[in-house]
Design a binder for this molecule. Sequence first.
Ligand code: IMP
Length: 194
Amino acid sequence: MEPLLFLTGNSGKLEEARHFFGPLGYQVEQFVIDGEVPEVIEPQADNLRNVTQSKINQAAAYLSSCNRKGSVLVEDAGLFIDELNGFPGVNSALILEQIGLSGILNLMKGFNNRGAEFRACAAIWDGNQVIFGEGVCRGEITEEVRGDSGFGFDPIFSPEEEGTERTFAQMSRAEKGEFSHRRNALNSLKNQLE
Ligand code: IMP
């Protein structure tokens, strides 16, 4: 079977996609050209689907410019906080870089409603068509940073399915993979591939 070439520089996402697709018989590889992950420009967009569409266009162009066989996989995710009207949303990467986890916790001071959700949109281009999969994971923003696994906002997000106070960063990859937004988005892709 041809590989699924995941265009991402995020090793956490790569491992999660491998963990998901591996047992299904798909071989997920990082999409690199001459040993480098090709540069992807994230467009200014108001929803994840449009960001993902732009990423898949760029990935398809890279695929046709090199002699790799396979399909390309791209994914975009963000954290949407209820009391902040969905902030940081599609700007999650930029905001995390600028204010960090402590900045998010400061913005949440005084709010009783700590509801939030991760959303992910993934897409595969197989050379002929694009398929999209979307996934959500509801949860809460914790009062403090907890755990050192995972990446990004994991240490301040506690998924509601967990039933405990643990954050994603206090779980193994397998545990996070049971109900994460990315798992749900990849699951939707998988159902369309079958
Ligand atoms: P992007 O999809 O790489 O653009 O991600 C946007 C931001 O959300 C980045 O700062 C990521 O680190 C963060 N992010 C995406 N997925 C997750 C996740 O599963 N857990 C925690 N943070 C995430």
